[in-house]
Ligand binder design. Structure first.
Ligand code: 5AD
Ligand code: FES
Length: 346
């Protein structure tokens, strides 16, 4: 038995089918909602992919534990802190510490890195290292962690189960609730066009973001990685890539106050322009890659990832030019949540 569609679902499905003039109108509306609620600043969050070790086996991900072709690396704590120190001078007011889900980089060690960055810089600190027990999140919060990114990937529990041998959708959502309860600003999101999803899934994904009342929402196209079991499974919207932008525009309409990054995967699908277009259709955050150049090729969650030959200062300069070309300006402050529930107490 299928559940009846709600009026909201019908509205989203209608918007997701927009073409021609209706599509132009959708993009215009999304851009003006973004401007009214978030302003013209584009917040820069420098991302350091500090380790590609992962003990999980997500079926779509290039750094899954079963992919033996990956050269594994982990940066030293000193190296991470040294790279973070360089961000403020480049206009980047947040550091995002991202890695695979692995116990190798110890919880205490990461806590110490967070503490040092908070002590030695003005940066807001975002962490993104997967599902962890509540006491670990609490400890990192005590060390100064401001925000956490953990995508739910898909709102369809059955599809989630098929794609993730290591965890359930409920467990993932429980982690998001724990983080919220600790006063951490919470970011989540999903991939667009996973094999097995329908446009109804996409509508449900957008509604789940709204229902979770997220502070940040990152979404991006699914891209098949040849070193994974889904290597031959194309994106559902392969023949209609405009859907990736419709999704971001509708996401903005339903989440007017959330920070929405123009994610890197948009540039993989539309080289050189994807992230800029996303910024004109609802997004207000850019996450320049700050990973040392010698590791970038080893952190390929999907193929065609941009910026693998550029270094952190080249990406920093590039992004400032891109922002200028859009007639926008880099965010001056840390770009904390606009929502009171997610505001980090000072
Ligand atoms: N295509 C697109 N995005 C991917 N991610 C992981 N693998 C892929 C892929 N093959 C995304 C997931 C994850 C984020 C860090 O990268 O959504 O949460
Ligand atoms: Fe990396 Fe443009 S953002 S080169």
């Amino acid at each position: 038995m299928t559940t009846p569609r709600t009026a909201e679902t019908r509205e989203i499905l209608d918007l997701l089918s927009a073409r021609g003039k209706a599509l132009e109108e959708l993009y215009c509306r999304a851009d003006s909602v973004r401007q009214q609620h978030m302003g013209d600043e584009i917040f820069l969050r420098g991302i350091i992919e500090f380790s590609n070790l992962c003990s999980n086996d997500c079926l779509y991900c290039g750094i899954r534990v079963s992919n033996r072709d990956v050269r594994r690396y982990t940066m030293a704590a000193d190296e991470i802190v040294a790279h973070a120190r360089e961000l403020p001078a480049r206009g980047q007011t947040t550091v995002v510490l991202q890695a695979g889900e692995s116990p190798v980089f110890g919880d205490d060690e990461l806590g110490e890195v967070i503490r040092r960055i908070k002590r030695e810089t003005t940066l807001a600190v975002t962490v993104s290292v997967g599902n962890r027990p509540l006491p670990v999140y609490r400890y990192w919060r005590e060390c100064g962690m401001d925000r956490y990114l953990l995508r739910f990937e898909t709102s369809d529990p059955e599809l989630f189960r098929r794609l993730h041998p290591d965890c359930s959708l409920d467990e993932r959502v429980e982690c998001l609730r724990h983080l919220r309860a600790l006063g951490v600003q919470v970011g989540s999101g999903f991939m667009i066009g996973l094999p097995g999803e329908t446009v109804e899934t996409l509508a449900a994904n957008i509604l789940l973001c709204r229902n979770l009342d997220l502070d940040m929402i990152g979404i991006g196209p699914y891209i098949p990685h040849p070193g994974t079991p889904l290597g031959d499974a194309p994106n559902v919207y392969r023949d209609d890539p405009e859907m990736f932008f419709r999704a971001i525009a509708v996401l903005r309409l339903f989440n007017p106050d959330a920070h929405i990054p123009a994610t890197t995967a948009f540039d993989a699908v539309f080289p050189g322009s994807g992230r800029d277009l996303a910024l004109q259709r609802g997004a207000n955050v850019f996450m320049p890659n700050t990973t040392p150049v010698e590791f970038r090729r080893d952190y390929q969650l999907y193929p065609g990832k941009p910026c693998v030959d550029e270094d952190a200062s080249q990406c920093a300069t590039c992004v400032l030019h891109r922002i200028e070309a859009l007639g926008r300006k880099p965010g001056a402050g840390p770009g904390h949540s606009r929502k009171s529930a997610g505001k980090t107490p000072q």
